[in-house]
Design a protein around this ligand. Structure first.
Ligand code: SF4
Length: 270
């Protein structure tokens, strides 16, 4: 893992995500290295030739810049972690996300943290009594072997389930982001049922569900990863590629049908 310390010029950037005014990303790159990651385009901004997941640039002056910006900008909703995960492993050392959250809390900015990392529990005390904090914890599978294939350096399934329990036990507003639903590995009625049942057992009340996007650009990497142990999945992916609209419609129907058996608010985003 190549870690560089860099200086940034801005910290709170305008967001195009519905419901979000700003996005906040203390690092460039993400060592979680998810093979479906949509943020790999970030490589070109810093001219990185390395593989996504193998480098991280830590914006070491981020908190200083943010402190100045929050005084000047109008209060608005901040999405933390839109093109990287603010709780990826380097955060244990740099604590830039942690410092940023402290600044947002002091200045009354509402925020939502998007993460796949159990490191977030380190900062629970920072925001657990702050009503304007919410968390979206991503889980795409309950199968640890599948998690290792698709999200190689993110927290384990078990660690994320425990994180969810801690967030809920501390009354933090928490949504599970079930996205992307991984074709072949998470998308059958049985797999969906198992997923929702586990979430209900933990006490999750809201789940956002998304499908795998940009399959055309991700398919080569996915096939290389699954070809050794999951060869039957390859024709499944090729079929989706041939009829992406048909897949979307049938997945949406499956998700809604299965979700209707559970007492969880399930929102399908596609
Ligand atoms: S955690 Fe998010 S930003 Fe990081 S590699 Fe995975 S999908 Fe990309």
């Amino acid at each position: 893992m190549k870690v560089q310390e860099i200086q940034c010029r801005s910290a709170l950037n305008l967001s195009k995500i519905p419901g979000m005014d700003y996005c906040l990303n203390p690092y460039v790159g993400c060592s979680h290295g998810c093979i479906y990651c949509y943020a790999t385009f970030m490589k070109r901004f810093r001219n990185h030739q390395e593989e996504w997941g193998s480098f991280v640039d830590a914006k070491v002056n981020f908190a200083d810049v943010l402190r100045k910006e929050v005084r000047k900008k109008r209060i608005g909703m901040v999405a933390i972690g839109t093109v990287q995960d603010g709780y990826q492993p380097v955060e244990a050392k740099y604590q830039i996300t942690s410092q940023s959250i402290g600044i947002l809390v002091e200045n009354n900015f509402p925020f939502e943290i998007l993460t796949k990392s159990s490191l977030i529990v380190r900062d629970l005390d920072l925001f657990k009594r702050y009503e304007k904090a919410s968390v979206e914890l991503t889980l795409t599978t309950l199968d640890e072997n599948v998690r290792k294939l698709f999200e190689p350096k993110a927290s384990s399934v078990q660690a994320r389930l425990q994180t969810l329990e801690k967030l809920l036990a501390n009354d933090i507003e928490t949504t599970v982001f079930f996205g992307p639903v991984i074709p072949y590995f998470s998308d059958s009625p049985e797999q969906l049922r198992r997923f929702f049942a586990q979430m209900q057992k933990i006490g999750v009340s809201r789940i956002l569900v998304d499908k795998l996007n940009y399959l055309e650009s991700k398919i080569g990497k996915i096939i290389r990863k699954i070809s050794n142990n999951y060869a039957p999945a390859i024709p499944y992916y090729r079929n989706i590629l041939r009829d992406q609209i048909g897949y979307k419609i049938s997945l949406r129907r499956r998700v809604k049908e299965v979700a209707s058996d559970f007492k969880i608010a399930v929102e399908v985003l596609f």
